[in-house]
Ligand binder design. Structure first.
Ligand SMILES: [Zn+2]
Ligand SMILES: [Zn+2]
Ligand SMILES: [Zn+2]
Length: 169
């Protein structure tokens, strides 16, 4: 992050290993239910994104892919685009990074829209619900405008970073 702060960033929100295993299993179920194949490279890519516990760049996924060395970039890029289509991960455009979908309600799965609150201090991201494409289309129908893609990425400071900052004064 470009911003530097005095306080430390704990990782209290990291996914526990069993929660990660549950996410991997849920992803496999989602793929099976959709008639898609969760190949080993897709699964490994998803695992690395879950392990990152926050936005991660494609080249970091490539680097960490094998214990013994990097993956072939096209393998990872194809896996990323598959996972994104399935709604298992999201691309955060302003960071050019990927993050695991954190929504497990009715929005879970392919085709859901997601907004993000992005802390410029600790780098944490939080997924928030935004209107889905049909809802937005319904409200823009009169304009004749064809919406392809909606992004909401709010940059700022998370609660923890604000609180830590305040204690310095
Ligand atoms: Zn999501
Ligand atoms: Zn901070
Ligand atoms: Zn923060």
């Amino acid at each position: 992050m470009s911003h530097t702060c005095e306080h430390t960033h704990d990782h209290a929100h990291d996914l526990k290993p069993d929660a990660r295993a549950a996410r991997l299993e849920a992803a496999q179920t989602l793929c099976a239910d959709s008639g898609e194949r969760m190949t080993s490279s897709r699964l490994r890519t998803y695992e690395l994104i879950l392990e990152a516990n926050g936005p991660i760049k494609a080249y970091d996924v490539i680097d960490r892919f094998h214990p013994e060395g990097a993956a072939k970039p096209p393998t990872v890029y194809r896996a990323l685009s598959f996972l994104e289509q399935m709604g298992l991960i999201h691309r955060i455009e302003s960071l050019n990074a990927f993050v695991a979908c954190d929504t497990h309600d009715q929005h879970f799965g392919s085709g859901h829209t997601a907004g993000f609150l992005l802390c410029d201090c600790c780098g944490k991201s939080e997924e928030i619900a935004i209107p889905n494409l049909p809802e937005i289309e319904a409200s823009t129908a009169k304009t004749g405008f064809k919406v392809n893609h909606v992004t909401l990425e709010a940059h700022g400071l998370c609660r923890a970073c604000q609180t830590e900052g305040a204690t310095d004064e």
